[in-house]
Ligand binder design. Structure first.
Ligand code: MF3
Ligand code: CO
Length: 251
């Protein structure tokens, strides 16, 4: 069942979203060659707690960290570790803040120093996919319209859309209905209505979309062909005036 949120409930989600966005704004400055993914995670946890919110990923189905830090061919659910980021890496940092019982979720992809032209192109195209998808998240459209436009842009650029992970409704819980597919067909899927709040979070691979999950930690998804993967994610509320990004950063 898809939850329809009131304006005041959306206001609560917006407050959680501001914390997540501000955390990403700070990460932009601290992610450089030499930092470990543990240090990124420590920053995320401290930042969220400093703003009187809870890092909701920590403890979620036993996940032990405040953030997911997925490097290069890690698609998502990368675990913070002692890995030292080096020039040319890309790292996706994903986090959820729970502020007074309301949640917002955002992932961002960061270049570590100078990255290769293909890594840069993958990041640019993936970010474009995110905003093209969000632009279709308007009342009266269908969820398939979002997926279609993301898929078209990714494939037009020679990249592929990960199938095994989707966006999701969010609010009281991190994952609510509906699932938001990042591929699909125009006019298919549920109708989009005012008051829906969900994430759009395309994971786009340089090569094929096949993946495998780390057998040891049970979480981390990698591209099967070892190619790079990028992801950007926002939490979006559907208003009478169109999609409003709850996790919008200042640039
Ligand atoms: N924030 C992720 C998402 O976009 C979920 C991560 S799973 C967790 O849905 F266990 F790490 F929380
Ligand atoms: Co999400």
């Amino acid at each position: 069942m898809t939850n329809i949120r009131t304006k005041s409930q959306i206001e609560m989600i917006r407050e959680a979203g501001k914390i997540v966005a501000a955390c990403h704004e700070n990460l932009r400055k601290i992610i450089k060659p030499g930092i470990t993914t543990f240090a990124i995670d420590r920053f995320v946890e401290e930042f969220i707690r400093l703003h009187n919110a809870i890092p909701a990923q920590k403890g979620y189905h036993g996940y032990p960290y405040a953030s997911c830090t997925s490097v290069n061919d890690e698609i998502c659910h990368g675990m913070p570790s002692g890995y030292v980021l080096k020039e040319g890496d890309i790292v996706k940092v994903d986090m959820v803040a729970d502020k007074d019982g309301w949640m917002a979720d955002s992932a961002w992809c960061y270049a570590v120093g100078e990255v290769s032209p293909v890594a840069q192109k993958l990041m640019t195209v993936t970010k474009e996919c995110l905003y093209k998808g969000i632009s279709k998240a308007v009342e009266g459209n269908r969820l398939g319209d979002i997926g279609y436009h993301i898929q078209r842009h990714a494939e037009k650029n020679g990249f592929s859309v990960v199938r095994d992970f989707t966006g999701h409704g969010i609010g009281r819980a991190m994952h609510e209905d509906p699932a938001i597919l990042h591929y699909g067909q125009i006019g298919r899927g549920s109708r989009i209505v005012e008051g829906m709040v969900f994430t759009v979070e395309p994971m786009i691979n340089e090569g094929d979309y096949d993946l495998y999950v780390d057998e040891d930690n049970g979480w981390t998804a990698y591209t099967a062909d070892g190619s790079l993967s990028a992801q950007y994610e926002h939490t979006v509320a559907i208003t009478a005036n169109g999609p409003e990004i709850m996790t919008k950063q200042e640039f």
